[in-house]
Design a protein around this ligand. Sequence first.
Ligand SMILES: *[C@@H]1O[C@H](CO)[C@@H](O)[C@H](O)[C@H]1NC(C)=O
Ligand SMILES: *[C@@H]1O[C@H](CO)[C@@H](O)[C@H](O)[C@H]1NC(C)=O
Ligand SMILES: *[C@@H]1O[C@H](CO)[C@@H](O)[C@H](O)[C@H]1NC(C)=O
Ligand SMILES: *[C@@H]1O[C@H](CO)[C@@H](O)[C@H](O)[C@H]1NC(C)=O
Ligand SMILES: *[C@@H]1O[C@H](CO)[C@@H](O)[C@H](O)[C@H]1NC(C)=O
Length: 397
Amino acid sequence: MKPLQEVRSGIIVIICIFIFFKVKRNKRPTNLSTISAEVDDNDAITEESPQFDLDIIRAATGNFSEANKLGQGGFGPVFRGKLPNGTEIAVKRLSQNSGQGEYEFKNEARLLSRLQHRNLVKLLGYCLEGIERLLVYEFVPNASLEKFIFDPLKRVLLDWDTRYKIITGIARGLLYLHEDSRLRIIHRDLKASNILLDMDMNAKVSDFGTARLFEIDQTQADTSQIMGTYGYMAPEYVLRGHYSLKSDVFSFGVLVLEIVSGRRNLEPRSGQDMELLIGHVWKNWREGNISGIVDPAVTSGYTPNILRCIHIGLLCVQQNEATRPSMSSVVLMLNSQSVTLSVPTEPAFLMNMSPINNSDISSGYDSTSNATKADPSGNKADAFSINEASITDPYPR
Ligand SMILES: *[C@@H]1O[C@H](CO)[C@@H](O)[C@H](O)[C@H]1NC(C)=O
Ligand SMILES: *[C@@H]1O[C@H](CO)[C@@H](O)[C@H](O)[C@H]1NC(C)=O
Ligand SMILES: *[C@@H]1O[C@H](CO)[C@@H](O)[C@H](O)[C@H]1NC(C)=O
Ligand SMILES: *[C@@H]1O[C@H](CO)[C@@H](O)[C@H](O)[C@H]1NC(C)=O
Ligand SMILES: *[C@@H]1O[C@H](CO)[C@@H](O)[C@H](O)[C@H]1NC(C)=O
């Protein structure tokens, strides 16, 4: 009898300990408000974002296995995974000892948890356990626009209708960020690799912490310092650190022209002869040479629709930010053929404005040409990023 009693009380003690720890564990920060407080005291992140259990994420990603690694983002690796209910996810894992990354992580979590739009990548939740900092997103199967539009083989898969759908999708996502969500958000790093494509090739704008999601071929370790990408940045932003909704509009215009032409604005491979795509488009547009602009892979002929997109693209990259349209006018212009478009003025030719030899930006060029040499694919748009640590307040209202 006595030994059995001992066993019983032993079991009870164990159960008590178990319950104690279980309760304690559930009491761990169940939302991100604690860490977000450091970023912005008034913003609680969590209203809409559920917390995921670390064990579930471990199981979903094969314990963060190398095989499930999608790429390296700005503040850490990104893994693919599958939840028990079958939902596919992408998990961004903050690297330990990543100082700037911590800030970006919070920024991304804080912003994205309050946003919901079909043209924005969706944050499903997050996980904070021990030292782990994880963001869980819907998985977007067709990688990024960059993987299609600049790829000699895959670009052929993007017919004009698909490209047009992508352009309108980005425009709607950006309009939502700028005007239609509860917040006013300037993305500041809009570029082809930040436009993800879902299974139906709908565009989803991603990367809200100036950190990067699906950048599979990103090799530089210090990208957490970088907040913009050369070739997409508006002149006033590069030269004066001034940014506004209109600097996003500029980046959007660059994207539109890239989508139409299948060329990068800033072609890493072209070496000395670095003609910007927007300069090329401007020249050919004025000469009425549309075949000099449109991607030869687009075989549907030069429809009014294509011409209109080139026109809108040129309006967005105008030198003077005041003359660039807002995203709501862009969406209107895309939706309605009857809206007349103004005549674009000369775009910003950044090449002329920033002498390559004597600015901070020049170091970006130097390291890039090395990086480009090291990678024959030349797939290094990020190398053209510049460090803009001097720009402080990241999200003005
Ligand atoms: C979660 O956030 C809310 C505010 O949004 C706060 O009132 C609550 O105390 C937080 N919960 C925990 C466990 O930190
Ligand atoms: C997961 O990986 C970590 C280190 O990579 C290891 O310590 C841990 O035991 C693994 N967990 C499981 C459940 O395999
Ligand atoms: C699966 O679980 C996730 C996270 O809890 C949820 O967002 C999603 O809607 C679920 N999917 C299905 C098909 O139930
Ligand atoms: C996009 O992804 C879906 C699902 O994985 C696939 O069926 C489709 O062929 C892909 N589209 C392109 C253009 O690769
Ligand atoms: C149009 O542009 C293309 C590419 O720049 C060029 O090869 C072609 O000669 C131009 N056509 C005319 C009529 O200028």
